[in-house]
Design a protein around this ligand. Structure first.
Ligand code: DC
Length: 228
C-alpha cells in the first residue's frame, strides 16, 4: 500500500476534525487540523491587542507573522492532539467562542493564508497524512489522492457545536451558535483567497444522518480504493 495524502474539507462543525483524527489514528497516519492553525493565529492577535469589535488590525498582524510559531504535540492519553502557539499548549483557548467569532476575518488575510499553507505543505512532505480544513483539496494539496468534502445542514452543525461547548463548560445559546455557524459559512465561502469550495475530484459525504462508526466505514472503504 502506498502512502497517500488525504484532504478532508467542509463547513465548520461538520464533524470533519473528529472524522479526520479518528481516520488518521485507524490507519497510522499523521493528523493535521489546519483550522487549529488559523485559530492559533487568531488567539495571538487577541492576546496582543490586535482585535477589537470583531475587527482585526491586519497590518499589525501581518508584521507579527514571523513571531508566530505553530506546532502540534501528538495525541497523548486523552487521544487529543494539542496545538502549540510558540511552544505553549493553547488547545483549550483556541476553541472558545471569542476565538471562533474572530477566526474568519483572520483567515481572509492573504498573508496569513500564504504562511499557513506553506507550513501545511511542509507537514505533508512525506505523505501519510490526513489534513482537514477548507482549502486542503483545492489549494494546499491539489494532488491529494483522496479528497472528501463533508456536508451537513447548519442546524445539525450548530446542535453539535452547542453540545461540544457545553461539555467543555461554556455557557452558550443555540441561536448565537447557529448565527456564528452561518456567518462563518458565508465568510469562508465568499472570501477572495482560496474560498471554501468543493474540489472537482472530491467525494461528498453528507453526514446529517450518519453515525460516527458509519462514517468511519465509509472513509475506510474509500481509503482502501485510493491507497492500493
Ligand atoms: O475548522 P475550524 O472551525 O476549526 O476552522 C476555523 C476557521 O479557520 C474557519 O472559520 C475557517 C478557517 N479555515 C480556513 O480558512 N482554512 C482552513 N484550511 C481551515 C480553517
Amino acid at each position: 500500500m502506498k502512502k497517500i495524502i488525504i484532504a478532508i474539507d467542509g463547513y465548520s462543525s461538520s464533524g470533519k476534525s473528529t472524522m479526520a483524527r479518528d481516520l488518521a489514528r485507524r490507519i497510522g497516519y499523521v493528523y493535521v487540523d489546519s483550522g487549529a492553525m488559523y485559530r492559533a493565529v487568531t488567539l495571538y492577535a487577541l492576546r496582543h491587542g490586535m482585535a477589537a469589535d470583531g475587527k482585526v488590525d491586519e497590518s499589525a498582524l501581518i508584521a507579527a507573522l514571523p513571531e508566530i510559531g505553530i506546532s502540534f504535540q501528538p495525541a497523548g492519553a486523552d487521544g487529543v492532539q494539542h496545538t502549540l502557539l510558540n511552544g505553549e499548549d493553547v488547545e483549550r483557548e483556541i476553541r472558545t467562542m471569542e476565538v471562533s467569532n474572530l477566526v474568519s476575518p483572520v483567515a481572509v488575510i492573504p498573508e496569513v493564508r500564504h504562511r499557513l499553507v506553506a507550513l501545511q505543505r511542509e507537514f505533508g512532505n512525506e505523505r501519510g497524512i490526513v489534513m482537514d480544513g477548507r482549502d486542503i483539496g483545492t489549494t494546499v494539496f491539489p494532488d491529494a489522492e483522496m479528497k472528501v468534502f463533508v456536508d451537513a445542514s447548519p442546524e445539525v452543525r450548530a446542535e453539535r457545536r452547542v453540545k461540544e461547548l457545553r461539555e467543555k463548560g461554556e455557557n452558550v445559546d443555540y441561536a448565537a451558535v447557529l448565527a456564528n455557524v452561518k456567518e462563518r459559512d458565508y465568510i469562508d465561502s465568499h472570501r477572495k483567497e482560496s474560498p471554501l469550495t468543493q474540489a472537482e475530484d472530491a467525494v461528498v459525504l453528507n453526514n446529517d444522518n450518519m453515525t460516527i462508526p458509519e462514517q468511519m466505514e465509509w472513509l475506510l472503504d474509500l481509503f482502501k480504493k485510493r491507497s492500493c
